[in-house]
Write a protein that binds this ligand. Structure first.
Ligand SMILES: Cc1cc2nc3c(=O)[nH]c(=O)nc-3n(C[C@H](O)[C@H](O)[C@H](O)COP(=O)(O)O)c2cc1C
Ligand SMILES: [Mn+2]
Length: 484
């Protein structure tokens, strides 16, 4: 099943008992953050604040705050279904199965896939109200001031849409936006993100402007697609359509040459000017630390359009886990089959919430040759946003990467630190505060696989302690008799 817009998803969540409407007056300065933080850390519901102090627009938070709700947002009951679908599509790429029926089925699948690509419509709910010029007032949005030391109010769940000035390929990314005044915001696309690449390309081309459109809301799959770290040649809106099994309806913007999801709640149209930078932040970030003020481009708004009686969707980040963790974990599941095309030895991968994605990656591999764990580390450091992985732990294929107890047990037992820890250096996430200089620093790979002659280790490697099946069965069958 797929949802048409945010309202349909709100109704769905409410029917599932997974959404609360809050009628009490609540402030979007700090108070909503504290409520949403408690909700996300306790597996609590999505929150629709209907009575926002000083604003007449309701605020929706925490829709993606559990693995289950992300799965529902993506039209599945469990995320494993999504991984399987991704695997099936990649199998089509490998070539159709032999035999006439197999080939016909593949053609049918491909035709079905083509039908899920973005569809342009003329009339869109997101343009029911169109504001331009002096009528635009970003201060009318109930944007959150999230944490006490934040520089101001931030739009935290925007879909930032731009086109590569060279290739014309669209990109969608969630990059927060600090509201500076009625018609300008910050544009916090970090150095290694695709939006920042578009910006640099427009700078090199001496373009006067890079047009940008920002959608708030829309169907939940499309909102989520903004976290996808897919290759720049791929369009998130197309991927969203594939997941939904139904095309995302798009509409042309009124003042820029871009398209936006027709069912968004709000759209901000505008541009950034190459070379124009302004301090952005501090902002209480998803690492659990404040990111300090840094220079980022400025977004000038040329139109603000919205639905009648719009809902303002937003999120808060802070000390993990926060909502972004659940969104990212689903992206990792969806992309695992693609990663396995290049690295077939990878069995599973986990980026625990505490590592805020870039600080810790745990990967299980089926080891076959000397240096194999190191090969995987270097491959990951060269693959998309995994370039930012500060720590990579490699374990054997039989280790459950999602079990922190098992991982700690294996890692600390299995390593001889001087031989099994690899240091490298390279690009580092903009949010990292530990490197001596911003954006560049060192990385650590830990080879926690079992070692043997293949690894130049001549000592005997001990087996895991496991009780025999006979005794386990015996104790199972006699358990009641023991009276324990
Ligand atoms: C709630 C939330 C806020 C985010 N804020 C930012 C941000 O301010 N800047 C940024 O570069 N990435 C931010 N991200 C991460 C990007 O959305 C993510 O890296 C995505 O893959 C970027 O897409 P891209 O590969 O098309 O650039 C945020 C993610 C979430 C879920
Ligand atoms: Mn992208």
């Amino acid at each position: 099943m797929s949802f048409r817009d945010l309202r349909e998803f709100v109704d769905f969540l409410e029917a599932k008992g997974a959404l609360r409407r809050i009628k009490a007056p609540v402030s979007c300065e700090l108070e909503m953050t504290e409520i949403a933080d408690r909700a996300v850390k306790s597996g609590g519901p999505a929150l629709l604040f209907e009575n926002v102090v000083d604003y007449d627009i309701p605020v929706l938070m925490n829709i993606f705050g559990t693995h289950q709700r992300v799965a529902w947002a993506l039209g599945v009951e469990t995320l494993d279904e999504l991984t399987e679908r991704a695997r099936k599509v990649l199998e089509l790429v490998k070539g159709p199965p032999s035999g006439m029926m197999g080939k016909l089925r593949t053609l049918g699948d491909l035709a079905g896939l083509a039908r899920t690509q973005p569809k342009l419509v003329r009339n869109a709910p997101c343009q029911e109200v169109v504001l331009t010029g002096e009528d635009i007032d970003l201060n009318a949005l109930p944007a959150l001031k999230c944490w006490p030391m934040d520089a101001g109010r931030f739009i935290t769940l925007p879909l930032v849409i731009s086109r590569d000035p060279e290739t014309g390929v669209r990109n969608v990314g969630i990059y927060r936006m600090q509201i500076y005044d009625a018609r300008t915001t910050g544009m916090h696309w970090q150095t290694h993100k695709v939006g920042a690449h578009h910006y640099r390309a427009s700078e090199s081309a001496n373009d006067e402007r890079l047009e940008v459109a920002v959608a708030l809301g829309g169907d939940p799959t499309t909102i989520w697609s903004g976290v996808l770290p897919i290759p720049p040649s791929m369009d998130e809106i197309g991927v969203s359509g594939f997941i939904r099994g139904e095309a995302v309806e798009m509409v042309k913007c009124r003042t820029v040459d871009l398209e936006v999801p027709a069912h968004a709640e709000f759209v901000l149209e505008g541009y950034v000017t190459p070379g124009e930078l302004r301090p952005e932040g501090p902002f209480g970030d998803h690492t659990g630390y404040y990111s300090p003020a840094e220079e980022y481009p400025v977004f000038h708004v040329t139109a603000m359009t919205h639905r009648r009686e719009p809902i303002y969707p937003t999120t808060m980040v802070g000390r993990p886990p926060t909502e972004d963790y659940f969104m990212g974990a689903a992206a990792a599941k969806l992309l695992l089959p693609a990663l396995q095309m290049f690295l077939p030895e990878v069995v599973d991968i986990n980026m625990p919430a505490e590592g805020a994605f870039h600080n810790l990656v745990i990967v299980a591999i089926k080891k076959e040759y000397p240096g194999h764990a190191r090969k995987v580390m270097h491959a990951l450091w060269g693959l998309g946003l995994l370039m930012l992985a500060k720590t990579i732990i490699v374990v054997d294929h039989f280790v459950n990467v999602h079990d922190p107890s098992e991982v700690s047990w294996r890692v600390t037992n299995n390593i001889d630190p001087a031989s099994d820890v690899v240091f490298a250096d390279g690009p580092i996430d903009d949010l990292d505060h530990a490197t001596p200089v911003p954006k560049f620093g060192s990385k650590m790979g830990i080879d926690a696989t079992a070692k043997g002659p293949m690894d130049g280790r001549m000592r005997e490697w001990p087996p895991d302690i496991v009780m025999s099946k006979e005794i386990k069965d015996l104790v199972d069958s006699r358990w009641d008799e023991y009276g324990i």
